[in-house]
Design a protein around this ligand. Structure first.
Ligand SMILES: Nc1ncnc2c1ncn2[C@@H]1O[C@H](COP(=O)(O)OP(=O)(O)OP(=O)(O)O)[C@@H](O)[C@H]1O
Length: 393
């Protein structure tokens, strides 16, 4: 079959228009350069930042029609914010007085100003046996938060740690699929349940407990109690790190969650586009509000490596997250390319860190994991120096 051309793609995209647009997305100049490699098509569509969420169906429609072109094996479409339309749309500026504990890990435990570190009160009591709980969060959906969570957890494991993962995304749990786990967890003594396990990770997800349709109608308080139950009534055993895959977004539910779970720190996932970065800033602000240190930002779908030639393309504006991290004084943890492999291994339930342990991408995840663990260790060293050595059992 003849190779797919850009012209064919653009022609097809002329059939796509937004809900209230005067013309199609091509004639309106919203489609970026189209990149085709190995019969897979990549491009982005520019939209006003504030309409991103509502325009996701447009993104999906563009992806769908391109996939219909004979010979196209796949399509990956991203929404990009319109720079001109949002010159000062960064909703959250770095507050001049923000505690700078996001930077290095001596998170100011000596100051009353950073109580988020290891609060002594019972409200945020840790989980016995669990060394540190970390959140993986994103300001908006679809940036690869779950993919990052699972590969980060597996990378921490590959680096020699004992790791668990809690899928806190009640409405769209993804860990059962990403880790190819089905069935229901067993109840052991009392109210405790045993976590599920695969690839050496202890795993808990709402997806194991209730059907998605049931979870959909849950209200805030039910979700919260379900989450706390998943945290505290699961026999996690001894873990160095428990990774919490947070629900996407920065609304009240996320805020409460960040408040209730005794988090050692958070990792923010963003894509390089403006749009995702604006949302990432909201994520940062949220953790700062509840005084949880931000370990840093991971740039996902950072650049693209053509599967046939191995050449690298910065089609999505690679580097945005690194710049943003520098600007706001938060560590940059690393970048993960956009590859069909990551998507396919996720879909197959064999995340890239376990299915391609020697790949460059796995190395990238392990390096991110190392940086996160360094910060956790430094924080612990700090805390133990600051605290009298009283051990709670
Ligand atoms: N680096 C990557 N390369 C290719 N595909 C990726 C990459 N990261 C994530 N994806 C794909 O993008 C999609 C969204 O990823 P994922 O579900 O992890 O995002 P999310 O932010 O958790 O989304 P949601 O808000 O829906 O939970 C998935 O199909 C995933 O396989």
């Amino acid at each position: 079959m003849a190779d797919v051309t850009k012209e064919q793609v653009l022609e097809k995209l002329k059939g796509v228009r937004g809900p209230d647009m005067d013309g199609n997305i091509v004639d309106m100049g919203l489609v970026s350069d189209v990149f085709i490699s190995d019969s897979k098509v990549y491009f982005s569509i520019t939209v006003p930042a504030e309409r991103a969420r509502e325009l996701d169906p447009l993104r999906a429609a563009a992806e769908r029609v391109v996939k219909e072109i004979p010979g196209v094996k796949g399509a990956m479409v991203a929404l990009t914010a319109d720079r001109k339309a949002t010159p000062s749309s960064a909703p959250v500026q770095r507050p001049a007085s923000a505690p700078s504990h996001a930077g290095h890990s001596h998170a100011g435990h000596t100051h009353a100003a950073a109580p988020g570190q290891r609060p002594a009160g019972p409200a945020k009591a840790g989980i016995p046996g669990v060394g540190a709980i970390i959140a993986v969060a994103s300001g908006k959906g679809g940036v690869g938060k779950s993919t990052t969570s699972v590969n980060l957890a597996l990378a921490l494991k590959a680096n020699g740690l004992r790791v668990g993962i809690l899928d806190a995304d009640i409405y769209g749990p993804s860990m059962p699929r990403l880790l190819k786990i089905s069935g229901r967890p067993q109840q052991i003594e009392g109210r405790m349940i045993r976590p599920m396990e695969n690839y050496g990770l202890k795993v808990m997800s709402m997806g194991f407990l209730v059907d998605e349709e049931v979870a959909m109608i849950w209200r805030g308080p039910m979700i919260q109690s379900a989450l706390l139950q998943m945290l505290r009534e699961v026999a996690w055993g001894d873990l160095d790190v428990l990774v919490v895959d947070m629900p996407p977004g920065t609304g009240d539910a996320q805020l409460t969650m960040a408040q209730q779970v005794p988090l050692a720190g958070a990792v923010i996932v963003s894509t390089p586009q403006d749009l995702a970065l604006i949302d990432a800033r909201k994520g940062l602000a949220m953790f700062r509000k509840v005084e949880v240190p931000v370990f840093g930002i991971v740039e996902n779908m950072s650049y693209f490596i053509a599967p046939d030639t191995g050449a690298r393309y910065d089609i999505f504006g690679h580097g945005g997250a690194r710049k943003e991290a520098e600007r706001i004084g938060v560590p940059f943890l690393g970048e993960v390319p956009l590859t069909i492999g990551i998507r396919e291994t996720s879909d197959a339930g064999t995340p890239v860190v376990v299915s391609e342990p020697d790949s460059e991408i796995t190395r990238a995840y392990r390096e991110i994991a190392r940086k996160v663990w360094d910060q956790i260790s430094a924080q612990k060293a700090d805390t133990s120096r600051a605290m009298p050595s009283i051990v709670f059992e």
